[in-house]
Structures are given as structure tokens and as C-alpha cells.
Design a protein around this ligand. Structure first.
Ligand code: HEM
Ligand code: MG
Length: 335
């Protein structure tokens, strides 16, 4: 079975991460990048393998070392995406498109398509990547970045901050409802969309600053070029989804989808929302993961059980183990 995740990183101070050992380099022909500017940047600076294929342990280490992402969130997001997008037997995940470099595929309906795979983890209403319906859900999109800039000018005095995040997140949802007939905005995408709207403030702002606002040139570097500014320091202390409640509260919207073409958004009461966080976990495991792996055997079954367990550990650290703690589910039994 795949190795246990390493212990949390101990020293969470701000420090130089665009250092001599981690220079930015342009892409080599076979290098893979995808929809996540955080992981793209870690790969282009060599905190992750530059080819864009990594194990969950490598990702968990890199997001802590390179950006000071909080350990529980790092586990939760990494194992969540690996379970649906990665090769569980070879312990390899593509941070972009499908590739034979992750090893031989398990039987269908498993996808092992990398982070570009639509609707299992990647989803609609991204800030700088278009909806899957429009043909490319992973490359930087200049038109969308221009809107990000416009919102930062209008609501943030030329910087991206939490007020901008709230207005822009709402706009991206409204845009998709009005233009994408297949628009879907249910768990887990419902949660990741709000989380990712605050990530640029929590992780792309230099750790020596306490401004909570992101310079737009710096933003372009990360989103477009997978590049840290010269002399960049990671966040000061581990960071997670700080600001998400503020962003979600400015323009509350319930999870749902367009059911009959554009402008036909209907709330989906079966989706988890902010008041039913554990349902995110339960539906993800019992429906999404089980749907991809209905009857696993042998090494595949062992790898699934191990990754599901690490995923639950991450959830428990992220969400807490007091009142409101989630209860582990075992889609393949407990033996
Ligand atoms: C988006 C995966 C860590 C910043 C995404 C997406 C995926 C992903 C699949 C695409 C979702 C979508 O927009 O449709 C992961 C995984 C991580 C991770 C598996 C492992 C821990 C990070 C870190 C940062 C980050 C450390 C910041 C330093 C972002 C941002 C977006 C995003 C800002 C939104 C991009 C946009 O909307 O244009 N991530 N991510 N991620 N990620 Fe990550
Ligand atoms: Mg997307």
C-alpha cells in the first residue's frame, strides 16, 4: 500500500523560497502543467518534480515547504484529488492532463486523468481558467485575467484582496450561469471555488508583508507563468482558507446547476453546503470514489483503502475532532 503521509512540517516561519536551489525554469517539452497555479508554480521552481508528475507525499511536502499550506488542508486536498485523478497503485498524480507517465491504468470506469479531469475535482467558475464547456479548463485565460484585474481595480484599489475576492467570486458564478448551459456548482466544487478565491491572498502575498492584498503583477506571475517573484518569501505561519467565510457571506448562493440551458440554475438539496461539511466527505467517498472504483481487488483495493484513510485523517485535522467531527465511512468494508 502507498506510504503514510509524513509528519507535519515543524518550522512554519516565513522564509525565502525562490532561492538558489529552486530557480524558476521555463517548461521542457514534456513538462505538464494544469489548472492549479499553486502546484504549477511549485513544479516550475523544482519544489515538485518539474515534469508535473508527483506522489501525494511529494505534494504534501512541497505545499508546506513552498507555500506554508496548513498540514490538514494539504492532506485533504491532495488525497481527495489523488483518489479521483491519480494512479493509486503507482502512487503518481499528473498536475495537468492524462499521461502514460503515471503508469498502467486500472480498469474503467476509473479515469486517472490528472487534475485537468472535469467534474470530479476541477470545476466551473474558476478565476483564470474557463469552464470545461468552452473547451479548455486548465490553461491561463487572458480574458478572464483581465476581469480579475478589472475587479481588483474597482473593488481593491488596484490590488486583489478579500473584498475583491467576494465580488469576483460572485461574478464568476453569475457569468457561468448566464453563458454555460452545463454549468454545475455543487460539492466538492462549491467548496473549492470559495477556498481558491482566498488562496491568492493567503499564499501568493509575500510572507514579510501583513497587507492581505496581492499585487497584480505578482498575481500574473503565479497564474500565467507559474513563477514566484524574485526574492519571494512564503507565508508567515501556516495558512489555510482564512477569509472564506467573509467571501461566502457577501453574496450567499446555494449549490446547484443549470438544469435546462443557460440561466436555469436550480439549487441541489442533495449537495453538501457550508452547514453540512461532512456530507462533502461522505458523498465524495460513497458516490464519486466508489463510482470510479465499484469493485476493486488486490493491490488496487489496498491502495484505495490506504488513500481513503489518509484523506479522512486530513479531513479530521482540517475540520477538527471535537463536536461536528465527521465519521469515517468505509465504502469497501472494514476488513
Ligand atoms: C485551483 C488542486 C494546492 C492555489 C486548483 C484546481 C485544482 C487544484 C484541481 C482547479 C480547480 C478549478 O479551478 O477548477 C490542488 C491540489 C493542491 C493544491 C491537489 C495540493 C495541496 C494549492 C496551493 C495553492 C493553490 C498550495 C496556492 C499556493 C490554487 C488557486 C486555484 C487553484 C488560486 C484557482 C485557480 C483559478 O481559479 O483560476 N487547485 N491545489 N492550490 N489552486 Fe490548487
Ligand atoms: Mg475550473
Amino acid at each position: 500500500a502507498p506510504p503514510k503521509p509524513q509528519a507535519p512540517m515543524k518550522d512554519t516561519s516565513a522564509k525565502l523560497v525562490n532561492d538558489a536551489a529552486h530557480p524558476w525554469k521555463p517548461l521542457a517539452p514534456a513538462d505538464i502543467r494544469g489548472p492549479c497555479p499553486g502546484l504549477n508554480t511549485l513544479a516550475s521552481h523544482g519544489w515538485l518534480p518539474r515534469d508535473g508528475i508527483a506522489s501525494p507525499s511529494q505534494i504534501i511536502e512541497a505545499v508546506q515547504e513552498g507555500f506554508n499550506m496548513e498540514y490538514g488542508l494539504a492532506l485533504f486536498v491532495t488525497y481527495g484529488s489523488h483518489l479521483v485523478d491519480g494512479n493509486l497503485v503507482t502512487d503518481r498524480l499528473s498536475i495537468g492532463g492524462k499521461t502514460s507517465f503515471t503508469g498502467p491504468d486500472p480498469p474503467a470506469p476509473a479515469i486517472v486523468g490528472g487534475l485537468n479531469t472535469h467534474a470530479v475535482f476541477e470545476g466551473d467558475t474558476s478565476m483564470t481558467r474557463a469552464d470545461f464547456f468552452f473547451g479548455d479548463n486548465h490553461d491561463f485565460n487572458e480574458t478572464l485575467f483581465d476581469e480579475f484585474v478589472d475587479f481588483s481595480n474597482r473593488f481593491g484599489g488596484g490590488k486583489y484582496n478579500f473584498s475583491v475576492a467576494a465580488e469576483h467570486r460572485f461574478q464568476r458564478i453569475q457569468d457561468s450561469i448566464a453563458t454555460n448551459p452545463n454549468m454545475t456548482f455543487v460539492s466538492p466544487r462549491y467548496f473549492t471555488a470559495y477556498a481558491e478565491s482566498v488562496f491568492p491572498i493567503n499564499f501568493f502575498v509575500d510572507g514579510r508583508l501583513n497587507t492581505f492584498e496581492l499585487d497584480l503583477d505578482v498575481a500574473r506571475g503565479f497564474f500565467q507563468d507559474s513563477r514566484m517573484p524574485d526574492g519571494f518569501f512564503r507565508a508567515n505561519g501556516s495558512k489555510s482558507t482564512e477569509g472564506i467565510d467573509f467571501v461566502a457571506a457577501q453574496h450567499p448562493i446555494e449549490p446547484g446547476r443549470n438544469v435546462n440551458g443557460i440561466n436555469s440554475y436550480v439549487v441541489d438539496p442533495t449537495s453538501a453546503d457550508f452547514s453540512t461539511f461532512c456530507l462533502l466527505y461522505e458523498n465524495f467517498v460513497n458516490q464519486t470514489v466508489k463510482g470510479l472504483y465499484p469493485n476493486p481487488t488486490g493491490a488496487l483495493r489496498d491502495a484505495l483503502d490506504a488513500n481513503l484513510d489518509y484523506f479522512f485523517q486530513g479531513l479530521t485535522i482540517f475540520n477538527g475532532d471535537g463536536p461536528g467531527a465527521c465519521v469515517q465511512v468505509f465504502p469497501y468494508g472494514k476488513d
